[in-house]
Design a protein around this ligand. Structure first.
Ligand code: FAD
Length: 337
């Protein structure tokens, strides 16, 4: 039953941020319309390991069940070029699940919760619309990065996480579900690479000095339709559009080596929730709710965004990468989650 006086929240972008926010709002009987440009299920560029998420956040959003069969990974093996550097234990287990599965579960839960979810609906960003939330992901810019991902099956698949680095980027391997491993890399765009589609992944790995991995991947079984690529985005705080409330990647993108982007997406929905409830139930005007959300996002994410911005370029320096052998990694990782 809708409370007759509650205002509607309109969300643009049905990724993790938009879907989880919509589900959480419906738990408080707020009417929600969610516009998603694409459809479900679909593969997305993402390493698909979730680091630093708490049970409290999942419970507040009402999405605990969607991750109930996610794999747990406790250890990471770090490589530089073809050389293993070290295996370390993570401070807490990372969760692994494909976005193909997770986003589809969330959209089903959203619909079952009463969200008016409109797929194939692409909205334009437009300022000063009370009750409108922008969760449409990365802001398009002329960026220097390319993100590539696929699911593969291969011999010697690790049952945990691997991180392969080199001078031009890095690639993580994460076993997700049904015997598939996610391979997902972030590389500096190299215009001299002429490869296309699936061939881009081994081509970027070869250029990055990860030659053994490039051959392993080229010889693996690839999951049909799982290859995706994205370019034209920047890391860190995204250029804000005045008068628009932006959450998730639309607000800020933490470098992917942290495995914290999905956590930030869910936490930004959690952070916004009480203030959107105040607005929707007529306790606060829209501008007050937005000001409070922006202040809380800043407080919650500032330290990890700053730390990740400092650490990220070091991953591309051969000498500094060797520090992975001896550096106390857990205190460093705790700065970015
Ligand atoms: C290479 C790479 C690897 C990554 N690896 C990891 C990882 O291992 N772990 C991790 O936690 N994070 C990772 N991330 C980050 C993570 O994927 C994002 O932080 C997360 O997906 C953000 O969720 P979101 O809902 O904000 O945005 P998105 O998931 O991008 O969702 C945005 C949605 O909005 C829709 N949309 C866009 N424009 C419009 C419009 N105009 N109208 C309507 N709908 C629109 C899109 O179709 C999309 O569904 C990685 C990112 C990259 C680039």
């Amino acid at each position: 039953m809708l409370h007759p006086l509650n205002k509607t929240i309109t969300i643009t972008g049905g990724g993790l941020t938009g879907l989880s926010l919509a589900i959480a709002l419906r738990r408080h009987e707020i009417p929600v319309v969610l516009h998603e440009a694409g459809s479900y299920p679909r593969h997305r560029v993402c390493g698909e390991f979730i680091s630093g998420i708490s049970q409290e956040t999942l419970a507040t959003l009402g999405i605990t069940e969607t991750l109930s069969d996610a794999q747990f990974h406790r250890s990471v093996t770090w490589f530089s070029g073809n050389h293993p550097l070290r295996e370390t234990l993570l401070p807490d287990a990372a969760l692994a699940i494909s976005r193909y599965r997770l986003d589809d579960r969330l959209q089903q839960l959203a619909r079952a919760s009463g969200v008016d979810l409109r797929t194939g609906s692409r909205l334009r960003i437009s300022p000063d619309q009370p009750g409108h939330v922008w969760t449409a992901g990365r802001r398009p810019v002329k960026g220097k990065w390319i993100g590539l991902k696929a699911h593969i099956r291969h011999h010697g698949a690790a049952a945990h996480l691997e991180m392969h680095s080199g001078p031009r980027g890095y690639l993580g391997i994460t076993s997700v579900e049904d015997g598939w491993s996610n391979i997902c890399g972030l590389f500096r765009i190299d215009p001299s690479i002429a490869a296309r589609h699936e061939e881009l992944l081994p081509a970027y790995l070869l250029k990055n000095g990860n030659t053994e991995l490039a051959h392993r991947i080229a010889a693996a079984e690839w999951r049909e339709g799982s290859f995706t690529a994205v370019a034209g985005f920047s890391l860190g705080l995204q250029a804000p559009t005045p008068g628009v409330l932006s959450l998730g990647d639309s607000h800020a993108i933490i470098p992917p080596f942290t495995g914290n982007g999905m956590t930030m997406a869910l936490q930004s929905a959690e952070t916004a929730l009480p203030h959107l409830l105040s607005y929707a139930s007529n306790r606060d005007p829209w501008n007050t709710a937005c000001d409070r959300i922006e202040k809380d996002l800043h407080t919650r994410f500032r330290k990890r965004l700053t730390s990740a911005k400092i650490i990220h370029p070091l991953l591309f320096q051969p000498v500094l990468r060797q520090l992975v052998r001896i550096a106390p990694l857990n205190p460093i990782l705790s700065l970015v989650r």
